[in-house]
Design a protein around this ligand. Structure first.
Ligand code: GDP
Ligand code: IMO
Ligand code: MG
Length: 430
């Protein structure tokens, strides 16, 4: 049984928190795309964990945490994360890294910075080397984990550095020193060697043995290289297709797909954003929701929830349910707006498009809801929620024809309402 949790908007929807809940009942948790551009936060007993690479499910010692072949790995960052977990009492003996995952090396980070600086239209990347590392993968010069931990690493690194230095030099960027990088990264290879294995075979054995597998999405649908607001996107497929290519698990095994959203929306980095609020309400949401990047600490752009974009995300990913976080945050406002359609060239439009001209010229059409939900901290069931909150959620369900299965009422692990109706309906239908 395979379940997937992925971002339905522009990232930072609170995927880490939903993963953390579902990981408690999973045997395997696997990251399938992206790298340490991700920042997934989990708060347990007032302690905050921010995961960039290691799957958020690692906190459950029973679950095997896997970095799938679709992930790009900065070994330095990964080792720091492992050390941090160890210093918090986690043994990290349940981590596995795909032999096919690609490396992020220092020249990828330098090139990421360089390309950003020479671009006229900045993307606002996280400067973690993600784009250049995926470029090398597709250009077939990337270095995989299995090469990293083998004697082949030396020659591959030498050739890559020779080629990258030509580009760096042409743009007056400091060239990379092979000897220095080789010495440092050989040490990392030794440390990581014991985690590297054929994770695809491992997952297929798990499927045969009826184990529960949870796939942890990073980034989000509207940042997808194919389906997002290109070129203001990341360089991987955070959407449902990325699960299969990034793990080796075929789509027939995937039974549940949850798209995570916030009760409002946010975006970090450049690119169009139809429901963005460049005013004091946007600033208020940012402060109430602590909307500052987990990875780069950049202030996030904030706005209302966008049903047009959400319906696109539901369509692309075949979502079976929605996880809606930050109900507590939005409930602190007096009035809440929900974008139900766009106005484009004087016409009402309900279908999303990632075409730049369309997004830049569309205006949101809103419905308004009463806020002031009050203190939600002790609410554990949907029925206990205030009427105003239920009205808002039920309108989202009506407009998307999709059930809201998880509701976040705070940042802590326990601040989550789980609704069971989807499973009951599912069981009745089987
Ligand atoms: P991710 O990248 O999708 O995992 O999300 P991030 O961790 O980058 O950002 C989500 C932020 O919202 C984190 O600081 C979470 O602790 C916090 N968060 C998640 N769910 C809720 C919620 O329901 N209410 C509140 N107040 N905070 C939440
Ligand atoms: P999580 O998993 C939000 C954005 C960057 C930039 C664009 C490209 O925490 O939701 P990249 O470094 O990937 O080349 O940057 O994508 N971006 C994210 N925004 N959440 C993320 O991850 C993101 N990962 C990348 O801000 O706009
Ligand atoms: Mg994040």
């Amino acid at each position: 049984m395979v379940k997937v949790v992925l971002g339905a908007f522009y990232g930072d929807e609170g995927k880490g928190k939903i993963i953390d809940y579902l990981a408690s009942e999973s045997d395997y948790v696997i990251r399938f795309s992206g790298g340490n551009n991700a920042g997934h936060t989990i708060e347990v007993d007032e302690k905050k964990f921010a995961f960039h690479l290691i799957p958020s499910g690692i906190l459950y010692k029973k679950a095997k945490a896997i970095l799938g072949n679709g992930v790009v790995i900065d070994p330095k960052v990964l080792i720091e994360e492992i050390e941090n977990l160890k210093s918090n009492g986690y043994k990290v003996n349940n981590l596995y890294i795909s032999n096919k995952a690609h490396l992020i090396l220092p020249y990828h980070i330098e090139l990421d910075e360089m390309y950003e600086s020479i671009r006229n239209n900045k993307i606002g990347t996280t400067k973690r080397g993600i784009g250049p590392a995926y470029c090398d993968k597709f250009e077939r010069s990337g270095i995989r984990m299995e090469d990293f931990i083998s004697p082949r690493f030396k020659e591959l690194l030498k050739e890559n550095i020779r080629n990258k230095n030509v580009i760096l030099k042409a743009f007056d960027y400091p060239e990379c020193d092979f000897e220095k990088i080789y010495k440092e990264y050989s040490k990392y290879a030794k440390t990581l060697k014991k985690y590297v294995c054929d994770t695809t075979s491992m997952l297929h054995k798990a499927i045969k043995d009826n184990r529960k597998i949870l796939c942890e999405g990073a980034q989000a649908t509207l940042l997808d290289i194919d389906f997002g607001s290109y070129p203001y996107v990341t360089s991987s497929n955070p959407t449902i297709g990325g699960v299969s290519t990034g793990t080796g698990i075929g789509s027939r095994y995937i039974k549940e797909v949850y798209g995570v959203i916030k009760a409002y929306s946010s975006r970090v980095g450049e690119g169009p954003y139809v429901t963005e609020l460049n005013n004091e309400i946007g600033d208020r949401i940012r402060e109430l929701g602590h909307e500052y990047g987990t990875t780069t600490k950049r202030p996030r752009r904030c706005g209302w929830l966008d049903i047009v974009a959400l319906n696109y995300s539901i369509m692309i990913n075949g979502l079976t349910g929605i996880a809606l976080n930050h109900l507590d945050t939005i409930g602190k406002l007096d009035k809440i707006k929900l974008c139900v359609a766009y106005e484009y060239k004087g016409k009402r439009v309900e279908n999303f498009s990632t075409n730049m001209e369309f997004l830049e010229n569309s205006k949101p059409i809103y419905e308004e809801f009463e806020g002031n939900f009050g203190d939600l901290s002790n609410i554990k069931t949907y029925e206990e929620l205030p009427e105003n909150a239920k009205k808002y959620i039920e309108r989202i369900e009506e407009l998307t024809n999709t059930k809201v299965k998880f509701i976040g009422t705070g940042a802590g692990r326990e601040d989550l309402i789980v609704r069971w109706f989807i499973i009951i309906i599912h069981l009745l239908m089987v």
